[in-house]
Design a protein. Structure first.
Length: 298
């Protein structure tokens, strides 16, 4: 594979989707003319990506204030949502690995809930913070190029990939290495942005904002399912999650700008909650939500 190839099928012909992304005029968005996968172009090298994440550039491109307590506050809605999902489907006796664990907020919450969990994080700046707040191991392993240490092979009952797969330059190799870290009958939980997000067609400003340097791939439900089928996973289930509220949608629709400082995930007023619940349920039922979650077994 090279910078002119589809990251999924290695095809070399593309259809242009976007001439630039919101934080780089050097990157375009293209669609593979063979398999239909949408990705960034040209691809960064693995070393380029390592430098990008070592400097925590994705967070710096989004958050003007890099205070860790501020970032944690903005993250806790997603952390709590993911924690509840894990409590529903993962046994407390399982050994868990979160890949791309970031600052360690979710690991810390799961440790508090009694789980045995380690993490992998390639960003030096994020890993240093995670090691301070987490009890488990936080490893520096790049699953696109590093050999898996013998002490990790087939160690874990469950692997968590929350908003990680879209960042990966070599997704097939990355997922294959994930499989090597799973025990027999192990499960993987994957969360990615949804390319079928309804707001992309509703608001042109959101469509301009959506594409970013950090995201290599943009997955539809069908392409995500087919990828994991091809790589030997079974019992694959994909469902939608609508992270952002109807207030966020209306802000985009009326004002055409993001709510970076105070993202609104839910309506707290009791008299209006039903509106938000209906909005989210409809998008989830049609798989037009902003987020997809895949759960699969080996």
């Amino acid at each position: 594979m090279n910078e002119f190839s589809c990251v999924l099928c290695n095809h070399h012909r593309f259809i242009k989707i976007k001439s630039k992304v919101r934080d780089s005029e050097k990157k375009r968005i293209v669609k593979c003319s063979k398999c239909g996968h949408v990705q960034i172009y040209p691809l960064p090298s693995i070393d380029d990506d390592k430098e990008f994440y070592d400097k925590d550039m994705q967070s710096k491109n989004i958050n003007r204030d890099m205070d860790i307590e501020y970032i944690k506050k903005k993250s806790m809605y997603d952390v709590e949502r993911r924690k509840q999902l894990i409590l529903e489907i993962v046994d407390k006796e399982f050994e868990i690995l979160e890949i791309g664990c970031g600052y360690g907020f979710l690991i810390n919450e799961l440790e508090e809930a009694g789980f045995n969990i380690d993490g992998i994080e390639i960003s030096n700046s994020r890993r240093k913070i995670a090691k301070k707040i987490c009890k488990g191991n936080i490893y520096d392993i790049n699953l696109m190029k590093d050999d898996i240490p013998k002490y990790l092979e087939h160690k874990y009952d469950a692997i968590l990939l929350f908003q990680v797969l879209e960042h990966i330059v070599k997704p097939k190799k990355f997922i294959e290495n994930n499989k090597k870290l799973l025990k027999d009958e192990g499960i993987i939980i994957v969360e990615v942005p949804n390319l079928n997000d309804h707001l992309l067609n509703l608001c042109s400003q959101y469509n301009e904002f959506f594409w970013q340097r950090a995201h290599i791939s943009y997955f539809t439900p069908s392409i995500l399912i087919n990828l994991f089928k091809e790589l030997g996973f079974e019992d694959i289930n994909v469902f939608g999650v609508q992270r952002y509220s109807i207030v966020n949608m209306m802000n985009w629709y009326i004002n055409g700008v993001p709510q970076i400082e105070e993202p609104i995930y839910e309506i707290l007023e009791d008299d209006l909650k039903w509106i938000d619940e209906y909005y989210k349920c409809k998008l989830v039922s049609e798989l037009k939500s902003d987020t997809l979650v895949l759960i699969a077994k080996i």
